[in-house]
Design a protein. Sequence first.
Lengths: 467, 208
Amino acid sequence: MSNTPFDRIWNQHVVRDYGDGRALIHIDRHFAQEGTSGRAFDGLRARGLPVRRPDLTVGTIDHGLSTLPGREIDSYAASTARNLAMRKNCADFRVRLFDIKDPNHGIVHVVGPHIGFAVPGCTYVCGDSHTASCGGVGAWAWGIGTTEVMQVFATQSLIMRRPRTLRATFNGRPSRGVYAKDMILALIGKYGIEAGVGHVVEYAGSAIRALPIEGRLTVCNMSIEFGARGGLIAADDTTFQYLHGREMAPKGAFWDRAVADWRALFDVPDAQYDTELAIDCTGLSPRVTWGTTPQDVIAVDDVVPDPATASDPARRAMMERAVAYIGLVPGQRIAGTPIDVAFIGSCTNGRLSDLEAAAEVARARKVAPGVKALVVPGAAHVKAAAEAAGLHKVFLEAGFEWREAACSMCVAAGGDIVPPGKRSMSTSNRNFEGRQGPGSRTHLASPAMVAAAAVTGCITDVRTLLN
Amino acid sequence: MEKFEVVTGVAAPMLMNNINTDLIAPSHFPGKKPEEAVLMGLKDKMFANLRCHPDGTTKPDFVLNQLRYKDATFILAGPNFGCGSSRETAVWSLREAGIRCVIAPSFGDIFHDNAYQNGLLPLKLDMESIERLAKALDASNASELTVDLVRCELRVAGHDPVPFVLDESRRQPLLEGLDQLGFMLRSEPDITAFEQSDEQARPWAYPG
């Protein structure tokens, strides 16, 4: 089985085959972020090595930044040293940095596709587990550790073990109020957070083809929550229209040649995958998590499951722990659960279409008393476009805070933190214990669902608010 | 990188599923301000949310807070250990705390690779064997385990050795303490040749 688009990308990037399932793979694009690259730059210094291909490398500062209006690089004291180190590292090693006032500044995975740094068929890495986002434009993109970041800096390559292939086919047509986030949560809920381990996932089917690029980025973003380092969607006309003319995308004759290559690359009607999974999107309800892994997810009109019904003792133990941590009672309806915090943002759901979906719900409504509601655009360009469309006014009038771009509350960064015991509805990707702050309780959902919870004060089926 | 040949030490049982890297290496420390937490050593922050209540008080029942296990060299865990975030601080925390090997049925992919880069052995063993091992260790006086990478077996005094299988491409670098970057740099001529021919084949991939 070696004829999938992924296999073709793999074969095209082999510098050296070690003959034991491993190969030295060339890296086309490397996006460095401040949180995971400091020790990698230090390692280069210690060895007297340069960044081998600064022309194939860019950097940004996205994790440890305050999102308060008017923020500077040192507004959040705990991260200042790391942020300043990133500036110095990029200057010393001739890496183009999208600094915090740069129009291309933002969360790595929101910026990469937007500027055309991520393109179909390329190998794309970043020291961040949500790098698979960029698979939404047909790149083989995956998250790496800091030692690997150093290795890519030094050699523009990585020793990889060939992953197995998995195709997840989404058929049917999601109804109004159901989004890309609900689709990927449905997949993780059905098959579990380990299903993708050792695989690269290709998302396919009519419901995927119908998604605009931003929805595809959301689906691919959560590949790691499914266990898969990489996930991608075959590039098509939607992809080409999206990328055409973007700052770092191929231009002129190179563009035409690139599109021809990309069409050929993804034209594999008889591709064979190691594993095939499927989700029917027809009749899918909006999803919301009830526990402490993304597989702990149910339809918003469902009840919190009873651990006693789990046949596997390990699963039962996990469910019992999750229910206790999250502070819910098995059998209770999840809708109606009061919330304290609503967070709209992150590399999963911090793009313009996400803010539009949330604003549609927030428009002419008010954030419920006692709820802290945050909108954090995923990048400077998202913030600018949202403001041009007047979305910031919709949010501010409703009582949401309108912030600067960064990772923010997804990972309790930059001072945006959920207090102990408080309940958050969040458009981010992880509901792990302590993820949004020690003792924080996180429910993952789509931007529209989070906006619905913000204005009603409790977990609510957004379909009841959409006309 | 520190060589891994034959290591003996205390093995702590943490038989939970899905111990993610946020749990192993949290960005915050319960009860401490962020600017204080950022100055803490990685090993002191390790498992902070399992080790402490949100107000910072100790959870005495957490395994690594127990006298018997506080200086553990090994961790026995459930499936999918190290899932989630790519943060290599998870591996560095464990190494700084003296952990040399985590034994689990499966691992998160990124953690698994990060571990090998730092001389931490992420050893895959079926859950049944891990539970048997945990039982044997629990019944022993010192909870002492030997991980023998030369003979590829685990030993607990008074029990038959438990053999394990490890890919040679994983085993040899650990035995020798090899630095992978040094090995990769030897391929520099291949990388240059690849880039030259690739730029002809895919000129659009090189911004120039």
